[in-house]
Design a protein around this ligand. Structure first.
Ligand code: LHQ
Length: 261
C-alpha cells in the first residue's frame, strides 16, 4: 500500500497521507511521494486546488521516530540533514504552490504534522482533532515553520505556551486562537473540505496564486513595499482571462465561468 494516495477529480488533487498504523508519520518514502504529488499539482493545469488529509484516525504524527532511535553511546543523527532535505523544501513547496491547498485535519496533528497543516492555505479540522507541538516532549524545538507560523497566527504568548508545554490544543481552541479556519463536526469534515476545494478549483486560479504571494509577503514587508507589490500583482491579475470573465459576468448579471487562466 502506497504511503500517499493521490487522485484528481473536478480540478481537485486529493492527497491522503497513508501510514495509518503510524498515525501517518513521515518517512523518506512518504516525503518523496508527497513531493511528487505537489510537483504534479504545480505543473498540471488540470489541477486547480489541492485537498490534503490523513488516512485512518490521525492526520500526521510528524517524523517517524522509529527511525530516530539512537542507541546509547552511538553518535547523534544530524537532524538538520532531514530538515534541510525534506521538511523545509516541503513547507516552501506548499507555500509557493500558486494554487490553494485545503487541509482537512481528520485527527491528531503532532510535531511536523501540526506545522505542515498550518502551512496550508485553509485548514478545517474535525472537532475531535487536536494539534500538538510535541517537539519539546522529545527534547526538540518546533520545526517545519512552527516558530514562524505560531507567533504570527496566535501571538507570541500562545506560541510560547504551545511550544514549551507541548499540550494538546483542541480543534475548537485552534479555531478560537486563529490557528485554523474552522472546526467542523467529524461527520461533516470531508464533505465540507471537498466542497470547499471544489469551489476553489472552479475559481480564478491565477488570482488565488497572487493572493497567496501577496499575503505571504506581508509579514516581512513595509507598507510601502506591500502597496508596490499589490500594484504589480494586480497588473498581472488584470491581464488574466478570468478577470475579463469576472467583470463581463458581473455586468451581464450571470455567474462567471473561470478557466484558471
Ligand atoms: C508513531 C509516531 C511517530 C512513529 C505515533 N513515529 N510512530 C524533523 C526532523 C528530524 C527529526 C525529528 O523530527 C522532526 C520533526 C518532528 O516531527 S519531531 C516530532 C515527532 N512527533 C512526535 O513526537 C509525536 C509522537 N507521537 C505522539 O506523541 C502520539 O502518538 C500522539 C500524541 C500523536 C497520538 O497519541 P495517541 O492517540 O495516544 O496514539 P499512540 O501514541 O498510541 O500512537 C498510535 C501508534 O502510532 C503507535 O504505534 P503502536 O504500534 O504502539 O500502535 C505509535 O507508536 C505510533 N506513532 N506517532 N511520530
Amino acid at each position: 500500500m502506497s504511503s500517499i494516495l493521490v487522485s484528481l477529480d473536478g480540478g481537485v488533487l486529493s492527497i491522503t497521507l497513508n501510514r495509518p498504523d503510524k498515525l501517518n508519520a513521515f518517512n523518506p518514502e512518504m516525503h518523496q511521494r508527497l513531493k511528487a504529488a505537489l510537483e504534479r499539482a504545480r505543473d498540471e493545469p488540470a489541477v486547480r486546488a489541492v485537498l490534503l488529509t490523513g488516512g485512518g484516525r490521525g492526520f500526521c504524527a510528524g517524523q517517524d521516530l522509529a527511525e530516530r532511535n539512537v542507541a546509547a553511546g552511538a553518535a547523534p543523527i544530524d537532524l538538520s540533514v532531514t530538515i534541510g532535505s525534506y521538511y523545509n523544501p516541503l513547507v516552501c513547496r506548499m507555500r509557493e504552490l500558486p494554487k490553494p491547498i485545503v487541509c482537512a485535519v481528520n485527527g491528531v496533528a503532532a510535531g511536523a504534522g501540526a506545522n505542515i497543516a498550518l502551512a496550508c492555505d485553509i485548514v478545517l479540522a474535525a472537532r475531535s482533532a487536536s494539534f500538538v507541538q510535541a517537539f519539546s516532549r522529545i527534547g526538540l524545538l518546533p520545526d517545519s515553520g512552527g516558530t514562524f507560523f505560531l507567533p504570527r497566527l496566535a501571538g507570541t504568548a500562545r506560541a510560547m505556551g504551545l511550544a514549551l508545554l507541548a499540550g494538546k490544543l483542541s480543534a475548537e481552541d485552534a479555531e478560537r486562537w486563529g490557528l485554523i479556519w474552522q472546526a467542523v463536526d467529524d461527520g461533516q469534515l470531508m464533505q465540507e473540505a471537498s466542497s470547499m476545494a471544489k469551489t476553489l478549483a472552479e475559481g480564478p486560479t491565477k488570482a488565488y496564486g497572487l493572493i497567496k504571494k501577496a499575503l505571504h509577503s506581508s509579514a516581512s514587508n513595509t507598507l510601502d513595499a506591500q502597496l508596490d507589490l499589490e500594484r504589480d500583482l494586480q497588473r498581472e491579475a488584470g491581464s488574466s482571462e478570468d478577470y475579463r470573465e469576472g467583470v463581463a459576468a458581473f455586468m451581464e448579471k450571470r455567474k462567471p465561468v473561470f478557466k484558471g487562466k
